[in-house]
Design a protein around this ligand. Structure first.
Ligand code: ZN
Length: 315
């Protein structure tokens, strides 16, 4: 029996019919109508109906960025969609006559990685999704960690620098300000301003008017010393954060997803180094593995579907 996974992103809604092994059987996608929550709800309903045609579907999971309540019914706050205390599960179940589960998108992606990707052979995993911001997911003792209010695992907003850079969440010094794609661009621009190893970055910026994530990614692949230094600085911040997270969560593996993780081992190497340098009780604390996510773009839909299936049929 199949489940449906829906991942509502900032620019598109992705959906898939997924079997119990995490294999995508059919998929759909449609652009997101920004700022219109009713249009997004209609698009989700339509997509689930389309994917369910002629299939024996037991449940659907809907993933979105934001805070979901611990009952996984109500979206407290979804920054991109304008949902505020939205009883999404009840609305969708009524319209679709199908069990629905609402999940945070980073949690859904992390769960897919745990079940079908880089985390498969472990019981305790931390995922950091390094996109424009930093998303987090925690699996502890084979279970997805949500916290008492359902709002846990927001690892991008763990403070790593006291009185540090202001963050979109209202706090200061969050991981997101030092370890995200946006942070990589900030570091790259300051290296470009400084000259020296930043000359490659400066000339790319001069050609295009401004640096994009793609430009920096291409320079990293070309071995440009400034772009590599920017990535190393980012990896250093993330590695320090991992050492602190290890003190709390003690995962066997850290998995990195998102666009910046395309840098692969070039990102993992400085992360691993900073993690080891900052690991409490180094030498006596078993060392975690570090890996790049395997499911990439499909993780959200696969994880949402699997969580919905397991909600209906707990193992
Ligand atoms: Zn923050």
């Amino acid at each position: 029996m199949h489940a449906i996974g829906i991942d509502i992103g900032g620019t598109k809604i992705a959906g898939a019919l997924v079997d119990e092994f995490g294999t995508i059987l059919r998929s759909e996608r449609t652009p997101t109508t920004a700022g219109d929550p009713r249009a997004i709800e209609d698009a989700v309903v339509e997509m689930i109906q389309k994917l369910a045609v002629g299939e024996d579907v037991i449940a659907a999971g809907v993933a979105a960025a934001g805070f979901i309540d611990s009952a996984q019914s109500t979206v407290y706050y979804a920054p991109n969609i304008n949902w505020r205390n939205e009883p999404l599960r009840a609305t969708l179940e009524e319209r679709l006559n199908l069990p629905i589960l609402i999940e945070n998108d980073a949690n859904a992606a992390g769960w897919a990685e745990f079940c079908f990707g880089a985390g498969q052979v472990y019981s305790d995993m931390v995922t950091l999704t390094i996109g424009t911001g930093v998303g987090g997911a925690i699996v502890s003792n084979d279970r997805l960690f949500r916290g008492g209010f359902g709002c846990g695992a927001e690892l991008g907003h763990v403070r790593i620098v006291p009185d540090g850079l202001p963050c979109g969440c209202g706090a200061q010094g969050c991981i997101e300000q030092y370890g995200s794609g946006r942070a990589l661009l900030r570091i790259a621009n300051s290296l470009a301003d400084a000259g020296g190893i930043g000359l490659g970055l400066a000339s790319a910026r001069a050609r295009k008017g401004k640096l994009s994530g793609k430009d920096v990614g291409r320079l990293i692949q070309d071995g440009d010393p400034g772009a590599l230094a920017a990535l190393r600085q980012l990896g250093d911040a993330l590695g320090q954060a991992c050492a602190s997270l290890a003190a709390v969560l003690d995962p066997q593996i850290f998995v990195f997803g998102g666009g910046v993780a395309d840098a692969g081992e070039l990102l993992l190497e400085p992360i691993r180094t900073a993690y080891l340098e900052n690991l409490p009780a180094r030498g006596y604390h078993p060392e975690a593995e570090f890996a790049i996510a395997q499911l990439v773009n499909d993780a959200g839909v696969v994880g949402a579907a699997d969580l919905a299936r397991k909600h209906v049929f707990p193992i």
